[in-house]
Design a binder for this molecule. Structure first.
Ligand SMILES: Nc1ncnc2c1ncn2[C@@H]1O[C@H](COP(=O)(O)OP(=O)(O)OP(=O)(O)O)[C@@H](O)[C@H]1O
Ligand SMILES: [Mg+2]
Length: 237
């Protein structure tokens, strides 16, 4: 598979990504629908409908993509849960403007229960579990028995569960989810992710025996009227 993502470029556009809404551009909504369909196909042979979104480096768009995929899945009248399992630089609460005084880390630390902290129906059919307090030992929490218990408990309540994760090239937290999820969706960012990054990611995933469901490339496309590259596109491989 040949993926053209180009060389690292410090001048990659600094833009704020948008969360899908009724006002989103047709091309963006459709790209997420295409990604959703492909992920559904990838998951169809598996009873497990949990998957994680990751990337190799930080800031490549994992939280944006996992949020928008969760919104896109929820539009199909399926019960969806988005979990912020990035216990180092959590961002899902910012994207959805939710309180994050307690969440995943506090449940695993036995300080609270899922029902007490999950944000129900943030949009219809979409529940969100924020990261909670940033713990000193994220990796330990993510491989604890209590985390497994939580997953068992929520398994039957949702049709799809998505995990936002930290970058694989920085910490190995995402790979700790490998036994819980059917696989990983990898985000590549145009003019940021390099071929070396992808190679390293593939090696790490293979060493950890992780299944990759596919890649989503995010980038910018031009607005012909203004002749500028100023909005995002998403492609799924
Ligand atoms: N396709 C895109 N084009 C341009 N900017 C984007 C795109 N997707 C996300 N962004 C912006 O890039 C920044 C990082 O996005 P995001 O938080 O989703 O990345 P991340 O991979 O989750 O980061 P981290 O590794 O810190 O968790 C945000 O400011 C976001 O608005
Ligand atoms: Mg993030």
């Amino acid at each position: 598979m040949k993926i053209k993502v180009g060389k690292k470029n410090k001048k990659a556009p600094k833009m704020k990504a948008e969360t899908l809404s009724d006002k989103s551009k047709f091309a963006i909504v459709e790209s997420y629908k295409a990604a959703r369909t492909n992920i559904m196909f990838s998951l169809s042979a598996d009873d497990n409908k949990f998957f994680a979104v990751t990337s190799y480096s930080k800031g490549e768009g994992k939280s944006t993509v996992s949020s928008n995929l969760a919104i896109s899945f929820s539009k199909m009248e399926k019960r969806v849960l988005l979990i912020d399992s990035d216990l180092r630089r959590p961002n899902i609460h910012n994207i959805f403007k939710l309180e994050n005084t307690a969440g995943l880390s506090n449940i695993i630390g036995k300080m609270t229960d899922f029902e007490d902290v999950v944000h129900k129906d943030v949009i219809p059919n979409l529940d969100i579990l924020t990261s909670g307090t940033i713990p000193p030992n994220p990796s330990e929490l993510l491989c604890s028995a209590r985390f497994l218990e939580l997953v068992e408990k929520i398994k039957d309540q949702y049709d799809y569960v998505l995990f936002d994760t930290p970058p694989i090239g920085v910490v190995s937290d995402a790979l700790l989810l490998k036994d819980l999820v059917a696989g990983f969706v990898v985000v590549l960012r145009e003019r940021s992710t390099t071929h070396g990054d992808i190679q390293n990611l593939l090696e790490s995933a293979s060493l950890a025996d992780c299944k990759l469901l596919g890649f989503i490339k995010v980038g910018c496309i031009g607005n012909r009227k203004r002749g500028r590259r100023n909005y995002y596109y998403y492609q799924y491989y």
